[in-house]
Ligand binder design. Structure first.
Ligand code: GDP
Length: 497
């Protein structure tokens, strides 16, 4: 009898209905958790790519950017994966042989074909943006500039990428996109944090861009760029000074020194012992100085150095015009500028020069920085060359001048004080990507920065999966408990009948 009862109880638990219900329950829970894991898991990481060519005045550089394919619109995910420096000068130097401008890009373009996966080539946008070198060529000879673009366009059209065009960026765009790059890479835009100003020093122009509480654009609309990014409105102050890149300012200074058309020029911005024969027509071959060429000057002049920071600074100050400000305040040349505000990132030639001079630490008082530069400028040229045998002589000869120009531009030009100087950070890269206008340009053209903040999921992926798993297990336990009437008796005591 007891054995019979036990059999009955076992049978109850093992009835086909209970077995089917249990199996279905287990399958349903396993399916629920599996779908939760798979559905919400980032797809097998596929990347998209974008390529920007920065056609600068002194050289062209190619940048490749990469971002996860399903996150076009998300925060701070675009990264630079590769850069390539084009050999030879900037495209504006090929005015007399434009086809060569196109050809010069081929090496870096080949490199890009190897770096971007083949199956992505066709859909990868390729942009070329030219800056102040081409702005100057366009002023000087617009048909020559058109021919350069024609040749460069034809060369890029032949690449397997999706060529989106080559054009000159306005100074305002160059400044604004540099600012977007710096703040995007720092995640300041997506998080709505206080922004960083951008200081960009090129060979032919220089840009300053920052947000100021006292600037709403009304006093000087030409210096105002407005954005709505991730749900925040920005009214950016920006200005680009054409001819105030370091190569053109060197011409401006030399134009001052050679005004009397002499055969010898002793330059305080170059080291004593430095001596080079230079061509008057080459020096004055730029719209920045062409109208000042002294008449009756010899073909060449001897450019020699006398290494004196203070006198160099006096020379450099002469290239700024501090009179005739029709606004409440100006930087120089009658250009409106509110007082500098907040942290700044200074890149491109600011970084090359200050890094070489070991002066990137802005916690060093400005007076000490000037003393260090005074000593550097006073070092004889042969010693400088001995100390830096591997540095390109052209760059090496100019660091005293460039350092002096940078300090003068920042303090006299933009009105940074001994205090606000420490708000500047000399930077080359942010999280692996070069600081410069190219990333901001691409983000803008691919609509990668949304105007409104993207909706964020309630829970991150891991949180979501854990949540579904716990709920599923809970349901399973409840289900098992609900089958209690069907459970075999737990009593361990022998049944007495
Ligand atoms: N010291 C140094 N200077 C550089 C280097 N690369 C570029 N430059 C200089 O930095 C300046 C900026 O060049 P570029 O970007 O072509 O000028 P942009 O078109 O006016 O923006 C020029 O004066 C270049 O000669 C480098 O690697 N080292």
């Amino acid at each position: 009898m007891s054995a019979q009862r036990e059999m009955k109880e076992k049978n109850l638990w093992h009835t086909p209905v209970t077995i089917i219900i249990t199996v279905i329950g287990v399958i349903a829970i396993v399916a629920l958790v599996t779908v939760a894991v798979l559905q919400n898991k980032p797809l097998h990481q596929k990347y998209k790519y974008g390529i920007v060519l920065d056609a600068g005045s002194s050289h062209t550089a190619l940048y490749i950017y990469e971002w996860p394919a399903e996150k076009d619109n998300n925060t701070g995910r675009v990264e630079q994966t590769h850069s390539c420096k084009v050999k030879g000068p900037g495209i504006s130097s090929y005015a007399s042989d434009p086809v060569k401008a196109g050809e010069s890009l081929s090496e870096c373009m080949q490199e890009a074909q190897l770096k971007v996966p083949k199956d992505r080539h066709q859909e990868t946008p390729l942009y070329l943006g030219a800056t102040a070198g081409m702005r100057l060529l366009n002023i000087e000879n617009s048909s020559a500039s058109d021919r350069v673009f024609q040749a460069v366009g034809e060369a890029l059209q032949k690449s397997p990428f999706s060529f989106q065009g080559a054009r000159i960026l306005s100074g305002q765009e160059e400044g604004a996109f540099g600012w977007v790059t710096v703040n995007y890479l720092d995640d300041r835009l997506s998080q709505g944090l206080e922004t960083t100003g951008a200081l960009d020093l090129g060979g032919a122009s220089t840009q300053i861009s920052f947000i100021s509480d006292s600037f709403d654009g009304s006093e000087s609309p030409a210096n105002s760029v407005t954005f709505r990014l991730y749900g925040n409105d920005y009214n950016l102050y920006t200005h680009s000074f054409l001819c105030y890149g370091k190569d053109q300012v060197l011409r401006l200074v030399l134009a001052h020194l050679t005004q009397s058309g002499l055969g010898n020029v002793a330059d305080p911005c170059f080291h004593s012992g430095y001596m080079e024969t230079k061509n008057y027509s080459v020096l004055y071959d730029s719209p920045c100085v062409s109208d000042r060429k002294p008449s009756g000057a010899p073909a060449t002049f001897t450019h020699s150095g006398r290494g004196d920071f203070l006198q160099c600074q006096e020379m450099v100050k002469k290239v700024f015009n501090f009179t005739n400000c029709k606004y409440s305040q100006c930087s120089f040349n009658g250009v409106f500028q509110p007082l500098v505000q907040g942290p700044f990132g200074a890149f491109s030639a600011y970084y090359f020069v200050m890094n070489f001079l070991n002066l990137t630490d802005t916690s060093i008082p400005l007076e000490v920085v000037k003393e260090k530069l005074t000593r550097y400028c006073a070092t004889p040229w042969n010693e400088i060359q001995q100390q830096h045998p591997k540095v390109k002589v052209k760059y090496l000869a100019e660091y005293c001048f460039s350092g002096t120009y940078i300090l003068t531009l920042l303090t006299e030009g933009y009105n940074f004080t001994s205090e606000s100087y420490s708000d500047i950070k000399f930077i080359k890269k942010i999280k692996g990507s070069d600081a410069g206008w190219t990333l901001g340009y691409m983000l803008n053209l691919t609509n990668m920065i949304p105007a409104e903040a993207p909706d964020t999921p309630l829970l991150p992926h891991a949180g979501y999966v854990s949540f579904v798993t716990v709920i599923a297990l809970l349901l399973f336990v409840l289900f098992i408990v609900s089958l209690r009437p069907l459970w075999p008796s737990c009593s361990k005591q022998p049944q007495i009948v």
